[in-house]
Write a protein that binds this ligand. Structure first.
Ligand code: HEM
Length: 391
């Protein structure tokens, strides 16, 4: 089983009772250590300041936004999971983030898609070797981080998710409960899952958002006018979202059009079922194609264009749309939706408050390429942008 289909993709999910218990525990603790509104808001605001400083160092010259954005977003998960953030030049941190992003790219490669259908070809798939090597390095690094946290553990003062997990594990052991799901393996995989699922997704969405702004300067004007009018130069807060309907619509439209998880993740039918006239046998792998909803021509006025008015009524008020489901739906809906939405709002709005995003000199808006790069998530093709200070 270790080397089967599930192994390559295990970074993102698992099944059964263990999943139920881990999901419940993760949700409660993520709330305690970050997803609760105030705690995470403070963390995101603090991290956003670091990110703005990095953008300033380029002094308006073009640069690739990938790494700074990945590091900033990843640090939110790090402070929730490990209890502290890392410096952007800490090699322990940057290697973890860079390796995780490389895996997400590799997992989406055609050879891995074929391998997932025919796992017995595994030993001939070279990409799998790289994924396995990266996985081993990330595991080793996490075990090192855990052992440091174990040595300094104080059950009265949990610093983050790992501490809470270790305390629960200890308590279960003390009360003589062996074989619980709170074991070292689940700790490792839950942390790897949170790290992988919580970094690339949000960072990629933010990068799409900045690219759409550089491509659509008039829409960028409207966001900046709204932000200037409602917030001025003070710190952006979650509370501000209700007064920024246009900005909120732009963020939603970014998520819709960027469609970063087009096939969500595969699910398995738990029983025989007939769906829309098609019989599907128990145990069949099913991909929920989010693209079919996010680009549904019967739901969206301009499914293939960047059109924030999809989320605005005739008075310019924000409107929710049923077909907006970038986080999927149902029991396995994204566990980090609340956190991701907070991050997207604070990072995006603060960046637009501080900078004007433009194509590099000599490149026109039309020349900015919106073709996605293939991977497990759809990210923008490699590109550079200028972040010109406007505050
Ligand atoms: C813009 C950002 C994000 C998007 C678009 C997104 C999207 C998704 C999607 C489509 C799924 C698959 C749902 C399914 O099985 O049908 C998922 C699962 C998941 N996401 Fe996210 N996600 C984002 C951010 C995050 C963050 C910040 C976290 C970390 C806390 C996170 C943690 C997870 C986890 C743990 C799962 C697996 C849940 C389970 O299987 O029970 N995600 N996400």
């Amino acid at each position: 089983k270790e080397d089967s289909h599930a192994n390559t993709q295990r970074v993102l999910w698992s099944n059964g009772d263990s999943w139920k218990e881990m999901r419940r525990f993760a949700l409660t603790n993520l709330r305690d250590f970050g997803m609760g509104k105030k705690a995470s808001e403070d963390k995101i605001i603090e991290e956003c300041d670091y990110l703005i400083e990095v953008f300033k160092t380029f002094k308006g010259k073009s640069f690739d936004t990938t790494q700074p954005i990945n590091y900033a977003v990843s640090n939110i998960i790090c402070s929730i999971v490990y209890g502290s953030r890392f410096e952007y030049d800490d090699p322990e941190f940057t290697s973890l983030v860079d390796r995780t992003n490389r895996t997400i790219q590799l997992v989406g490669s055609p050879s891995i898609q074929v391998y997932n259908m025919f796992p017995w070809i595994g030993k001939w798939v070279t990409v799998k070797k790289e994924i396995d090597a990266i996985g081993a390095a990330n595991k080793k690094q996490n075990l090192g981080l855990f052992s440091h946290l174990k040595e300094t553990l104080n059950p009265q003062m949990c610093r983050g998710f790992v501490d809470a997990f270790l305390v629960r594990k200890q308590n279960l052991e003390v009360s003589g409960i062996a074989n619980s799901h709170f074991n070292d393996r689940n700790l490792l995989y839950t942390v790897l899952n949170l790290f992988a699922a919580g970094t690339d997704t949000t960072a990629t969405t933010l990068r799409w958002g900045l690219l759409y702004m550089a491509k659509n300067p008039k829409i960028q004007d409207q966001v900046q006018e709204e932000v200037n009018r409602e917030i001025g130069s003070r710190q952006v807060q979650i509370e501000d979202r209700k007064n920024l309907p246009f900005t909120d619509a732009v963020i939603h439209e970014t998520q819709r059009l960027a469609n970063i998880a087009p096939m969500a993740v595969p699910h398995k039918t738990s029983q025989d079922i007939t769906f829309q006239g098609h019989f599907i046998k128990k145990g069949t792998t099913v991909y929920p194609l989010l693209t079919s909803v996010l680009y549904d021509e019967s739901e969206w006025e301009r499914p293939h264009s960047f059109y924030p008015a999809h989320f605005l009524d005739k008075d310019g008020k924000f409107v929710k749309r049923d077909a907006f489901m970038p986080f999927s739906a149902g029991r396995r809906i994204c566990l980090g939706e609340g956190l991701a939405r907070m991050e997207l709002f604070i990072f995006f709005t603060s960046l637009l408050q501080h900078f004007r995003f433009t194509p590099p000199p000599g490149v026109s808006e039309d020349e900015l390429d919106l073709t996605p790069r293939l991977g497990f998530t759809l990210s923008p093709s490699p590109h550079k942008l200028c972040a010109v200070s406007c505050m």
